[in-house]
Design a protein around this ligand. Structure first.
Ligand code: NAG
Length: 417
């Protein structure tokens, strides 16, 4: 799907890509390869690179925390978590139950979020023990997020730079401590190091490495200036880069919490007349996003269904802001196998594709566990709001596709009797 209108969805994906890019960029400097010659044994990891990772996680967390308190009142009156589980992009079954936590628990969660995002980042600068505590809290926070929703690989990605908070001694417990174990060998190496009094030989590899690392430090510091100014600004912008290579970026997505869940349901009919009262509309079902109220919310983390996420954004915007959704409708009208592979249920499986496709807009709420709907097996209660986009045939889309330079899919062959 080319030429999407770039709104919220792209911003979020942009955040992931940039976070990955920045982590990967710093990762290059962990490798000794570029010094072209072998480093002396026991050369420690550069502190500059380690601080690069710590500075990255600091910006990610503080940026996310600040944009929340600046972006939505519910972060100040502590009610955000009353909505979050139901309205997050793709809830999982645990979110269904967490949504019904007592009010004080939701307040506690919101406060904990502020603690982790606004205060814990500063632990990085308060010495080794506080830094390790930062790493532990940070990873714990991401794991809780992974369990309580389907925020997918964003959380896994955020764990990676946090690893720079730990040193060998802190990570030692992960390794076997037998007589031939790695732990013993490392301890041995460290003892040798402290016993050796003469300064390390300054060979060419070391020098190159030092020059490159110091240059990296200066570059990151220089590129951080606009990022810090943005963090301090009351009109903070989210997920932006201030340099074309996106080496140092500003993060912080999801400042506000959606208060009401809406869904776009794609439906098709084989009826020749879309407005005929006897036209039977059948629902397409996505792999993970809510659709059929009887279907249990899915569990996908760490995987990520991008189309399902895009449908979440589309649902609180309009189809004009999400032109790709008509592109998808065109593909479904043509019975395109690749587009159908992105869905869980094609109601026209084994039949000719529908003549008409429409998008319907619904409001979704979790059913109450143990309540009347839940005992009928319903996870969701939905109510139609109105049309999202009107019934369309492939021929209706011809002009629309042409102006956007999208190739019009081949119409399916129909057997007329
Ligand atoms: C389609 O159905 C509507 C409602 O029954 C009717 O008013 C309209 O004339 C029909 N259109 C065609 C082309 O048959």
């Amino acid at each position: 799907m080319q030429k999407q209108t770039c709104v919220g969805a792209c911003l979020v994906c942009w955040g992931w890509e940039s976070q990955l890019l920045e982590t990967g960029f710093l990762g290059i400097f962990l490798s000794p390869l570029w010094t072209l010659s072998r480093l002396p044994k026991h050369t420690p990891t550069s502190q500059i690179v380690l601080w690069g990772f710590r500075w990255l996680i600091f910006r990610i967390m503080l940026g996310a925390g600040l944009i929340k308190v600046r972006g939505d009142k519910c972060w100040l009156d502590l009610t955000c978590m009353d909505f979050h589980y139901e309205t997050q992009p793709v809830p999982n079954p645990i979110a269904y139950y967490l949504h019904r936590s007592p009010w004080w628990f939701h307040r506690f969660e919101t406060l904990s979020n502020h603690f982790v995002e606004l205060l814990v980042p500063f632990f990085l600068f308060l010495g080794r023990r506080m830094r390790i505590l930062h790493g532990v809290l940070q990873i714990l926070f991401q794991v809780i997020l992974i369990i309580s929703g389907n925020l997918s690989f964003l959380n896994w990605l955020t764990i990676v730079p946090s690893l720079a908070c730990f040193d060998d001694a802190a990570l030692g417990f992960l390794f076997p401590s037998g007589p031939q174990g790695l732990k013993k060998q490392v301890l041995e190496m460290q003892r040798e190091d402290t016993q050796r009094v003469q300064p390390k030989p300054r060979d060419r590899g070391c020098l190159v490495r030092q020059v490159v690392n110091i240059s990296l430090g200066i570059l990151v510091a220089w590129l951080s200036v606009p990022v810090v100014i943005n963090l301090l600004s009351s009109r903070q912008i989210m997920n932006t880069s201030f340099n074309p290579l996106r080496i140092v970026n500003t993060y912080g997505a999801f400042g506000s919490v959606t208060k009401e869940r809406t869904e776009v349901i794609l439906q098709g009919t084989v009826s020749p007349n879309a407005s005929a009262p006897d036209a039977v509309w059948e629902d397409y079902e996505f792999k993970c996003k809510p659709g059929d109220p009887w279907r249990q919310p899915c569990l996908i983390s760490p995987y990520h269904y991008r189309l399902d996420w895009l449908m979440w954004f589309a649902a609180f915007q309009t189809y004009e802001q999400n032109e790709w959704i008509l592109h998808l409708a065109g593909k479904l009208l043509a019975g395109d196998a690749e587009a159908l592979a992105l869905l869980a249920v094609n109601p026209f499986e084994g039949r000719t594709p529908p003549r008409w496709i429409r998008g319907e807009h619904y409001r979704y709420k979790f059913s109450l566990p143990g309540g009347q709907h839940a005992t009928q097996g319903k996870w969701w209660i939905r109510k139609r709001i109105g049309p999202y986009f009107p019934p369309l045939r492939l021929e209706d889309l011809k002009e629309y596709f042409k102006t956007r330079e999208w190739p019009l899919p081949e119409p399916p062959s129909r057997h007329t009797h």
